[in-house]
Design a protein. Structure first.
Length: 290
């Protein structure tokens, strides 16, 4: 049987052995990421536990001193809730894309790369699987919003799920871009400490961005410029607006971007990161031969 297959021409082989199926391969890789997540329960604790502790500790510790000028009734736990949710998405995306480094070490990634499939199918499978895991853990934390002054409605939940899906895709693709050329998990964690965490801190998640006004100092102006240039700022702002969807006078920080602007920037962020991940995966690197 094996000799007959080896001597057969491509026209006589079954279609399943000749025609590449990139969507099927992407689905298989996505399923693999999900199965790996289910079997590694400690990832759930690592991704949700630390942001949850941050949310409770900072909420209780900074709550008595926190005041919003335009929304005096908002507690810090309520203000910090969207930022904690985005932090969970960021941590989960990081843990999901670390598997790229592990797969390269174990030889699995090399097996995928030599398969007769386009590189984008591999990227789609890895990113889709990581995004699914990221979004599920974000939805688990979203249930804690019932303890705050958020009036959840079906329309709000649908909009938040869509936003979490786009943010998960963007952050997982960003993690893929960073992890693709990494050879060690230590280097990946170093990048996370000096790049990804400051990116979250400068997104308006931990403290409101300084309002633009005449006569502000150069430091305050520079901080506001960096926050407005950060694409994650608009994801946090969109989530914050959606949590008050339907409220006539939502208690939001001043200069919060409009919802349409937030959606536009977040979608562009996801598309650019995924396209960059596909481009980088299409280029041969020395790590492909390890």
């Amino acid at each position: 049987m094996a000799q007959a297959i080896s001597n057969a021409t491509p026209h006589t082989l079954p279609a399943a052995l000749v025609e590449p199926r990139p969507w099927l391969a992407a689905g298989a890789l996505c399923q693999r990421e999900w199965v790996r997540f289910i079997r590694q329960r400690n990832r759930v604790f690592g991704a949700i536990g630390q942001p949850l502790i941050f949310w409770l500790l900072f909420g209780l510790g900074l709550g008595p001193t926190f005041r919003l000028s335009d929304a005096p009734g908002v507690t810090y736990t309520e203000f910090f809730f969207p930022g904690s949710l985005v932090l969970i998405l960021l941590f989960t995306a990081i843990f999901a894309t670390i598997s790229i480094i592990e797969d390269r070490r174990e030889g699995f990634l090399q097996s995928v790369l030599v398969a007769p499939l386009p590189r984008w199918s591999m990227v789609l499978g890895k990113v889709a699987g990581g995004s699914l895991v990221t979004m599920v853990q974000g939805l688990v934390f979203l249930a804690l919003g019932l303890t705050q002054n958020f009036a959840f409605s079906p329309l709000m939940l649908v909009a938040i799920v869509l936003l979490l899906a786009v943010l998960s895709l963007a952050l997982t693709s960003l993690g893929f871009v960073i992890a693709w050329r990494m050879d060690s998990t230590q280097g990946f964690h170093a990048v996370m400490s000096v790049f990804l965490l400051p990116m979250w801190l400068l997104s308006g998640a931990f403290f409101p961005p300084p309002p633009t006004h005449a006569g502000q100092g150069w430091g305050e102006a520079a901080l506001g410029l960096v926050i407005r240039a950060n694409p994650l700022t608009y994801g946090v702002a969109a989530l914050r607006r959606l949590l008050y969807l339907g409220v006539n006078d939502p208690p939001l920080p001043p200069d919060t971007p409009a919802l349409a602007t937030c959606w536009t920037v977040t979608i562009l962020f996801a598309v650019i990161m995924f396209a960059l991940a596909c481009k980088m995966a299409g280029q041969r690197t020395t790590g492909d031969l390890l």
